[in-house]
Design a protein around this ligand. Sequence first.
Ligand code: M6R
Length: 612
Amino acid sequence: MCGIIGYCGKDDAGTTILRGLKALEYRGYDSSGIALANPNGSLSITRSVGKISALIEKTKLNLIASSSGIGHTRWATHGAVNEANTHPHTDQLGKVAVVHNGIIENFETLKKNFSPEIFSSETDTEVIAHMIALEMDSGQNLLQAVQNTLHKATGSFSIVVVSELNPHKIVAARKGNASGLVVGFAKDAICVVSDITALTDIIEHITFLDANEYVEFSSKEAIFYSDTGEEIDKKELQLPFEHSVQNLGQFKHYMLKEINEQPEAILDTIRGRYQSDTGSIYLQELQISSEQICDINRVVFVGMGTSSNATLVGRHYMERFAKIPSEVDNASEFRYRQPILDKNTLVISVAQSGETVDTLAAMDEAKRAGCMQITICNNPGTQTTRIADSSIYMRCGQEISVASTKTMTASMVLMHALALYLGKIRGTLSSETEQQQINAALHLPVALGQALELSNQIEEIASRYHTFDDFLFLGRGLGFPIAIEGALKLKEISYINAIGYAAGEMKHGPIALIDSQMPTIAIAPRDTVFEKMVSNIQQIRARQGKVIALVSHGEKSLNNLADEIIELPEVDPLLSPIVTVVPLQLLAYHIAQKRGLDIDQPRNLAKTVTVE
Ligand code: M6R
């Protein structure tokens, strides 16, 4: 989490940094700050609690003319959300300013080298500013001071530093594997940003800072150094995507906009990949040979949050079409249980951001074990795509709302395509099934459009249910991952206690919660487990529980049983999760809206989770 930025250039540094921070706001929005170097050398620092808009408001009157500076948007890890803990942090005399993303694990030990009264914050960051200043007092230049300091610090983090001794130069460093940094080269400017999505309007080329590398840059030149201080050559790369303007258009929130973008987003995801005329799937980006594909003896899916929920659907597809034993692992648990992996294990990671720290750690573990790796990602050039052997892009356009919506549907589609592709090569998929599934997938944009037409009905349901404080989501088979996802969406943006369960588990505990105050969302399309879902619904009704049932198009048998019926659009049963998730996204949205909450930036969350 935390967005960090450093800029040296001809443009006004203040406005450029604020614009960059706005683009990085999805990484955290507890507080933000900026340090600008005055032409005379001194540093001018402004900090503000709340969103970037508060910082912009605060700097309006006193933004100094400057050509270099650093900025930060915070997701609090150490210390409360208040101005004292807001970055940039400085030494006592304000000679050095530091912004930081990640965790300095031994900061308590490092702090013992200074008298306690010099600290003005509770953060793990501030000690770094004092250490760099101390190094500089003993004659080191900024780069040496940063290097010496980071040699003493432990953890995985990135920092950007500016000092009044050399205000036209900035030093940035990345310690360990987490917390990536991108160096961007623009006309007359060089900058460093947490990820490629910031300052794409000016950046022409980029290069990535690898673990334990440093960069010292001015507006004209960037010099890269290894951990041992040797200069290193870095290749400049093209920006891997076109700059796109973020705006809400006719929508009130990005979440609603992104939910509504799904038909078009999925059209882009499937374009050229599902071809009905040839009856084939095309995944040109796969760098795995047919022999390797035939040698795969196990698939392990990893991801976090919504991406992890999507992999539960991916597992169904992989076992069904490619007949490969498959398992789903929460990425944050994966590396801690010494998983048994070998070169014939295919690890499929899903991460819309490409920067999620736990997913990166799981991928590193898989790399050490020599596994084949495919990643499904929405953001070209991000860290997951640099670790995996092959990257399959969602092509959804940037997702801004913290709640993932369109990227979940896209990732499920891509796991469907991948399973069909592997199944064909392995000879486990008949051409009839392949053709039938391709045609069914090509119908998805239409079905997603029809699902969006349910919005008014769902808004009415939301107006009857938004005051409830607890919800249960139940599903079986392919409905189970969608039940967990529906619950995640609701709790994430409505702060309602919502739990998702496999319906078969209901009698093993959750049924004790059922009463008239705990509505159940039952995912009950007419599939092989429909009758069992009907029994669950009956058992809930027998205990005065209210039921909102999601049923197949034209299904009338639950009309007298459920309190609310949402009829899903017609879709192939195997693809139903991709469509069923949409009404649940809408339900969460409308409930949060009726509760008057900050939908795109819910409390305590950040879109990209870059610390453990
Ligand atoms: O970028 P990723 O897909 O790796 O993100 C994983 C989770 O942090 C993310 O899905 C999170 O759960 C969302 N906020 C859910 O809406």
